[in-house]
Design a protein around this ligand. Structure first.
Ligand code: AMP
Length: 179
């Protein structure tokens, strides 16, 4: 019996080591590949002036240019220059610079096209409509009764559902703050 255990532990260890090692290589490869992909997005090409764009604002940390397929005339994209895929991996300094430029550009677009309002939208991940995987915000001019539906209609929570989900989100925020 003892020798069985001995044999098994000898037999399994190299396999597990091999798996760990190849997983690490795979993760390393994917991380490197993702970084390369992110250097190569259309927005990085615009930042590097390899692709033309109608740039309306630029500073050390951010750039803003017209969306090539505007939902409304004046639809502008604000892009942090430091690469992040979206809001989930963006550092706080970049987020601060990002929101500062969003405010500046949103005001200017509103005044320029005499919009009644502005939608500011950030698509995070494919399920949320993200196509370009370099963080960006859409600044979209809106006019009263312009008929553009951004989201469908909301629905009511069922009994107790709001309490349960808000408790879980609070807990998650607390956990994230502790780590
Ligand atoms: P999203 O779905 O949030 O990833 O949106 C990406 C946006 O980038 C879309 O609205 C595109 O029209 C816009 N876009 C893609 N290529 C360019 C480009 N070369 N210049 C300006 N906007 C672009």
């Amino acid at each position: 019996m003892e020798s069985d255990v001995h044999q098994i532990s000898h037999g399994v260890y190299p396999v597990r080591y091999f798996l760990d090692r190849s997983q690490r290589i795979l993760i390393g490869y994917l991380t490197g590949y993702t970084a390369l992909m992110q250097e190569d997005t259309i927005f990085m090409k615009i930042i590097r002036r390899e692709v033309p764009a109608d740039i309306v604002y630029e500073d050390d940390d951010t750039i803003a240019f017209l969306d090539i397929k505007p939902i409304r005339i004046g639809h502008t994209l604000v892009v942090p220059k430091k690469i992040s895929r979206n809001i989930f991996d963006m550092d706080d300094d970049t987020a601060a610079a990002f929101i500062k430029t969003i405010k500046k550009v949103a005001r200017a677009v509103k005044e320029t096209v005499r919009a009644d309002g502005i939608n500011i939208g950030i698509n995070n991940e494919r399920a949320a409509g993200q196509i370009v995987f370099h963080a960006h915000a859409h600044i979209i001019p809106r006019f009263l009764d312009d008929g553009l539906k951004v989201w469908g209609r909301g629905k009511d929570y069922s009994q107790g559902e709001a309490i349960t989900i808000s408790e879980k989100i609070r807990e998650r925020i607390k956990q994230d703050a502790d780590t």
